[in-house]
Design a protein around this ligand. Structure first.
Ligand code: ZN
Length: 136
């Protein structure tokens, strides 16, 4: 059995980290699945999903700063000839589009300080996040 929902996030800045843990928890609760796995996947190629501490929003900002230090906004990017956002694709590729989180007792299994970040690298724009809860 699987339950799948997609929710929308309207990002507000060119680069932004948004805590989406509560939206994902809500889908898992509605799914009513006691034991399984939850995949969280952003359906875009210039955004990413990562599990890390969300209690301090500076961590999301620090990840954006770190990626900016290793991925220059303007370089010799081939894709910039098409739509000038190659840096956003590269940053999204480094973090990846999804995370897989265990579900036990009908709840996400996350460490005390872990939450789920949506990273925007080419905003602002509406983003779709798919949450797929699979019983196992
Ligand atoms: Zn592009």
């Amino acid at each position: 059995m699987a339950v799948s929902e997609t929710f929308r996030v309207d990002t507000e800045r060119p680069e932004q980290a948004i805590d989406v843990t509560s939206q994902v928890r809500d889908v898992v609760k509605r799914a009513g699945i006691e034991s399984g796995v939850c995949q969280v996947m952003v359906l875009h190629s210039t955004a990413a999903i990562a599990v890390n501490e969300t209690a301090d929003p500076n961590i999301g900002a620090d990840v954006i700063t770190a990626l900016g230090n290793v991925v220059p906004r303007h370089g010799e990017w081939l894709h910039d000839r098409i739509d000038d956002n190659a840096h956003a694709h590269v940053k999204a590729s480094l973090l990846g589009p999804s995370e897989l989180i265990p579900v036990r007792g009908g709840e996400l299994v996350l460490g005390t300080w872990q939450g789920i970040w949506l990273f925007e690298f080419d905003g602002p724009r509406p983003r779709s996040v798919c949450v797929h809860v699979l019983a196992a």
